[in-house]
Design a protein around this ligand. Structure first.
Ligand code: UD1
Ligand code: CA
Length: 451
């Protein structure tokens, strides 16, 4: 039967104390809503419906790659009201799964199991035993082994006895469109918050003798809701710990995995060593035998086999070839492409530059908008002067060039193959291959000079 997914994301998220919409806060570098959408998509639903409020319509543009039917909930009158904005637009007698955008760790295998559980029931509720149930709706069964949920009591409405119940509502509900529409139609807002609680459908269904069953998720971590920054941090840590565990199990060597942060999609080869205090962001690929030393950030980049990124280095939007040595204190800015066996040493900044194999720039250098050949030696303090105050210009350095220390190359410029540039030169003109260029003023000597 066709599956329709409704993701609730219209709440105000007041408890986050933030101008950013709650569902746009990130866990592991991705927004909470994106996590839920990725999971939803894996279930191959017929439709994905996201309920938002009109003040956050802007967020739509961040999710173009998902085929979403957006719905606006005019006023945030509660979760039942939010679902009601979608239901009449869905075909009758199809299945509907309700997810919350503030429950980002939810996993599709758990949801598949949940949807297949007890098919004869009218409503299914995914529940979890939580050590700190505060804030969650409590699951009320007649007796503990009762396989029927009699009602869900919200924290704000619960009496002392009900508050002691540790089985909580995850918010995730499965039913069919027609039954849900009837049940939601009867939800009232006569409660302390004057809201229409989706959870009230449980007692309404019971009154109609319709079967409401719970599935207790063993993996309580996967269904934690994020209402405030404390819960956001906790969720982030659960996410990070599970990534770390996966990589350790896969055979990655980490000196202190608790200090390695994975904010995005990271692929790691075999025999990779990762030291302490490292951040991976976006799409990162590490080949085999790569070594990432401490205090390093790698963002949206590929690091090929046997390359070492030494401490305190930053690599962004670039491809680093195999057997390279980068850093310590190196900065590889976006759009660099380094071939194999390249050396980029301390305090060297490289931007939008391609470097062919065996080339070295080991000390205090800026290489921007450049094409650099193979076997080039770039001395300490060399600068490509790529910017004239208005435009950026290109520097081309061909194979086997030797650039003496403290030289400046005024772009646009081409340094031909085999050229040697004397230290301290300011190179303004192109030259023939294999020449020696000396472009500095001659030393003067005034004898017996008195200060
Ligand atoms: C809700 C449940 C609670 C459950 C908990 C699980 C209700 C009444 N309570 O409580 O039983 O234990 O989630 O995390 O359902 N939203 C809307 N429109 C609204 C209100 C909320 O779209 O008018 C959305 C929010 O953006 C959020 C979700 O619904 O994604 C849940 O709302 P929230 O206010 O966070 O509910 P909780 O208090 O966490
Ligand atoms: Ca919540």
């Amino acid at each position: 039967m066709n599956l329709n997914i409704i993701i609730l994301a219209a709440g105000n998220g007041k408890r986050m104390h933030s101008a950013i919409p709650k569902v746009m806060h990130k866990v592991g570098g991705k927004t909470m809503l994106e996590h839920v959408l990725i999971c939803a998509k894996k279930l191959k639903p017929k439709t994905i419906n996201v309920v938002i409020n009109s003040s956050i319509e802007d967020i739509k543009k961040s999710f173009l790659k998902f085929n979403i039917d957006w719905h606006i909930q005019a006023e945030q009158n509660g979760t039942a009201d939010a679902v009601k904005t979608v239901l009449p637009k869905l075909p009758k007698d199809e299945k509907v799964l309700i997810l919350y955008a503030d429950t980002p760790l939810i996993n599709f295998l758990l949801l598949e199991k949940f949807m297949n559980y007890m098919p004869q029931s009218t409503v299914k509720v995914l529940t979890a035993e939580l050590e700190t149930p505060f804030g969650y709706g409590r699951i009320i069964r007649e007796e503990s082994e009762d396989e029927i949920v009699r009602m869900i009591v919200e924290e704000s409405e619960a009496d002392e006895k009900q508050k002691k119940v540790t089985e909580c509502n995850t918010g995730i509900i499965f039913s069919d469109t027609t039954a849900l529409e009837i049940l939601i139609g009867e939800v009232q807002n006569n409660n302390s918050r004057k809201e229409y609680y989706l959870t009230d459908i449980v007692s309404i269904a019971n009154k109609k003798n319709l079967l409401v069953v719970p599935l207790l998720a063993k993996e309580a971590d996967l269904v934690l809701g994020v209402n405030d920054k404390l819960q956001l941090e906790k969720t982030e840590q659960i996410f990070q710990n599970s990534k770390r565990k996966n990589f350790l199990e896969q055979g990655v060597t980490m000196l202190d995995s608790s200090s390695v942060i994975f904010k995005g999609d990271v692929k790691i080869g075999t025999d990779v060593e990762i030291d302490a205090n490292i951040i991976f962001e976006g799409n990162v690929i590490l080949g085999d035998n790569v070594k990432i030393r401490s205090h390093t950030i790698i963002k949206d980049s590929t690091i090929n086999n046997s390359t070492e990124i030494k401490p305190y280095s930053i690599v962004e939007d670039s491809v680093i070839g195999s057997n390279c040595k980068i850093g310590p204190f190196a900065r590889i800015r976006p759009n660099c492409n380094l071939e194999e066996n390249v050396g980029i040493g301390n305090f060297v900044e490289v931007k939008a530059t391609t470097i062919k194999k065996n080339t070295k720039a080991n000390h205090l250098t800026y290489l921007g908008d450049s094409e650099i050949g193979s076997d080039v030696n770039i001395g300490a303090g060399v600068i490509t002067c790529n910017y004239d105050g208005v435009d950026k210009h290109k520097t081309i350095i061909k194979n086997n060039v030797f650039i003496g220390s403290d030289s400046q190359l005024i772009a646009p410029i081409v340094v031909e193959e085999g050229v040697t540039i004397a230290a301290g030169s300011t190179i303004t003109d192109n030259s023939e291959k294999d020449s020696l260029l000396i472009a500095r003023s001659r030393q003067q000597e005034k004898k017996n000079w008195k200060r």
